[in-house]
Write a new protein. Structure first.
Length: 351
């Protein structure tokens, strides 16, 4: 065989190899694009399934003069965890709120403040016109009553809500392959079916959904304030997990879990806007607890709030949302450094 023929064959072979590589790369691009479209469609379907507008709030919060939009305005979200499961089967509207947290998001610096409201907080409930434990507001009048009560308590507008039950919490945590948190003690805890099957072990570790729920729910070791801090810790861990690059492939499972197990007045576009808060990593998060004291003077346990501290919290949230008359000043330490995240049980109460 002549040299010219050999050179021709080698060139032909190289062209075939290059062509094959281009085909493979093109196929990967097409598959990636297809998967992205699939995820987007799946997210939209899930969002539509979870959407539940509240008729009384069709025009937004009464404490807002104008409509707001995520990433255009500073907004607030009420997270309502209800004490319901398949076994309990209380129904969405009859359940008490097992967890109430308010998140305010500042659009300029993508910072977040998270306020945990103890479930036994003694406060005025507009739905019934008298003071009671805030956990009862949801049982009295569903999500609308819970929102009204929180707005009355904190004196800020609640722009959106997210309501989830035990199963939703478990499935979302499991969809991210768990959360890494510091467990403060060794203890056998109740599971989602109110049976003692969850053994927690002290130390920093990866918890699955059922273990994380047990840690978030218990109050038998300490009190409602510490319980709220654990819930804030778990929420921060979830936000950190969601912002990691490795979580991209998990969003399909997360979206599916959310669509089946939550109710919210966030639209699909709203949800996509909030994802941009995670574009540059974990946002700066400040957690706030409502200070107070135990009160059993009436024979029923209540958490009585420290009114001076409550006023400080109200002012902080109004400033963070930059409500009319308030200006938010970004803390100096945030500007100089990169932000990173490193009571009696009343389950059988009759009152």
């Amino acid at each position: 065989m002549q040299r010219s023929e050999l050179r021709t064959m080698k060139k032909s072979r190289k062209r075939k190899i290059l062509y094959s590589i281009l085909i493979i790369l093109g196929s990967l691009v097409i598959l990636s694009a297809t998967y992205a479209v699939y995820l987007a469609k799946k997210a939209e379907v899930a969002a539509n399934n979870s959407f539940e507008a509240i008729e009384e709030r069709e025009s937004g919060s009464d404490l807002r003069e104008e409509d707001v939009e995520p990433l255009e305005d500073n907004v607030s979200i009420l997270l309502v965890g209800i004490d319901d499961s398949e076994k309990r089967d209380f129904g969405d509207s009859n359940s008490r709120s097992d967890s109430l947290m308010v998140a305010t998001l500042n659009n300029e610096d993508k910072s977040i403040k998270i306020v945990s409201i103890p479930r036994d907080t003694y406060t005025y409930i507009p739905e019934v016109g008298y003071e009671d434990k805030i956990t009862h507001a949801h049982a009295y009048g569903g999500t609308f009553a819970a929102i009204e009560t929180v707005e009355e308590l904190l004196e800020i507008p609640i722009d959106y809500y997210v309501r989830l039950n035990f199963e939703a919490f478990i499935e979302v945590v499991d969809a991210f392959d768990g959360v890494v948190v510091d467990v403060p003690y060794d203890r056998l805890e109740l599971d989602e079916n109110d049976e003692y099957t969850i053994q927690l072990t002290e130390g920093r570790q990866l918890l699955d959904g059922r273990e994380a729920l047990a840690l978030a729910r218990t109050r038998m070791v300490d009190n409602d304030i510490e319980r709220g801090k654990r819930q804030q810790m778990i929420l921060e861990a979830l936000i950190s997990r969601a912002s990691s690059v490795q979580s991209f492939g998990k969003y399909g499972d997360v979206i599916e879990a959310l669509g089946d197990n939550i109710r919210t007045d966030l639209t699909f576009d709203n949800m996509m806007s909030f994802l941009k808060y995670l574009n540059s990593g974990v946002p700066e998060i400040e957690t706030i607890s409502l200070a107070g004291f135990d009160d059993t003077s009436t024979g029923v346990y209540y958490w009585q709030l420290d009114q001076d501290e409550l006023e400080v919290t109200r002012e902080s949230l109004k400033s963070h949302l930059e409500l009319p008359g308030y200006t938010y000043t970004r803390p100096i330490e945030q500007e100089e450094t990169d932000s990173s995240l490193t009571t009696p049980d009343d389950s059988t109460e009759s009152e």
